[in-house]
Design a binder for this molecule. Structure first.
Ligand code: ATP
Ligand code: MG
Length: 307
């Protein structure tokens, strides 16, 4: 894990167990023993199949759900201990999330400017000229303020609304932005624009981003660090390039094999069986029983066994 002073947040042995039902409660282990550091100005991809626990980790960081076990340390403090209103507000001043569907974030009855009014009303952002600050932030995300402000959400595209939300995060000068499937609803050309913008903003403003995605290629394109999740466990963690060059956990290896290459045609003979992955992972854990999570090289760790 990172040793430098640039760590803004540390996630330590984080677990979340959901309980549903009252008479016959069912327990879902959505995340188990997840540890990683978030560094200033760095993009971390959180990659894994549907149901692997990615959004759960994002929600825990955003304090939208309670931690079952473990800690999230921000500025030396366990965020579970942040309970009073003023302190919670202070936390959200610096830690924000953008979710998959930008339309859901905007109230269709109000002009989009409202998302800016809300943050200026809630927080002292330290700008002398509010209107200029908003216009500058919009230019930063390649939106023309004259064509954006005053519009209703339905008059803008999904990509424009997401850029508006990135502009808002920039205005707030957040430390950590959780981007959950941020661009999955955008077309390919808009995607690259939004991604590049995110990377630039990180470098320029020192904002750290957790970029949650299913897409391995996007993860590689955008991130400095990667976290691979499988069934609630963090199975591989570290420098993106190292993981991609030396994928070691069987689930990570399967992810790479499953990426179709341009020019490849679909082969009806080729079988992909999820049970195969489950078996491979179990075999791998059994062969390595007792090893646990091991740093196999600098800034590259692998879960060799779950016991
Ligand atoms: N509120 C909840 N109550 C009970 N179980 C939940 C709840 N939220 C999530 N889960 C379960 O926790 C597991 C992890 O869910 P999570 O939403 O974190 O997955 P994900 O990796 O974000 O998946 P996707 O890629 O589909 O968004 C799933 O098995 C899910 O059914
Ligand atoms: Mg999710």
């Amino acid at each position: 894990m990172a040793k430098n002073n640039d760590v803004v947040m540390s996630v330590r042995n984080l677990s979340k167990i959901f309980k549903s039902g009252i008479l016959n409660p069912e327990y879902t282990v959505a995340a188990k023993d997840v540890s990683f550091d978030i560094e200033k100005g760095k993009i971390i991809s959180l990659i894994g199949e549907s149901g692997s626990g990615k959004t759960t980790v994002g929600k825990l960081i955003l304090k939208l759900i309670n931690v079952s076990e473990g800690e999230i340390i921000y500025k030396g403090k366990n965020i579970s201990e942040i309970t009073d209103k003023a302190e919670t507000k202070k936390y959200y001043r610096r830690v924000q999330g953008i979710f998959q569907d930008p339309f859901a974030t905007f109230n269709p009855l109000y002009r989009v400017d409202r998302v800016f009014d809300m943050i200026f009303d809630s927080f002292d952002l330290g700008f002398k000229d509010k209107d200029k600050a908003i216009r500058d932030a919009l230019y930063d995300v390649n939106l023309n303020p004259d064509r954006t402000l005053g519009k209703f959400p339905h008059q803008l595209s999904g990509g424009q609304l997401q850029r508006l939300l990135i502009a808002r995060a920039l205005l707030m000068d957040v430390d950590v932005l959780i981007a959950d499937e941020l661009i999955s609803m955008l077309d390919a050309s808009t995607r690259i624009g939004v991604l590049n913008l995110l990377v630039e903003s990180c470098k320029k403003h020192g904002m750290a981003v957790i970029f949650i995605t299913h897409d391995l290629n996007l993860g590689y394109y955008i991130s400095d660090k990667s976290l691979i999740m499988y069934k609630g466990r963090l199975v591989e963690r570290g420098d993106t390039k190292k993981i991609y060059e030396n994928a070691t956990h069987p689930y990570t290896q399967m992810l790479f094999e499953a990426v179709p290459e341009i020019g490849d045609r679909w082969d009806p003979e080729e079988e992909f069986l999820p049970e195969q992955v489950v078996n491979d992972v179990q075999k791998f854990y059994k062969e390595n029983e007792g090893k646990g999570f091991v740093e196999i090289e600098e800034d590259h760790g692998v879960l060799f066994s779950d016991k």
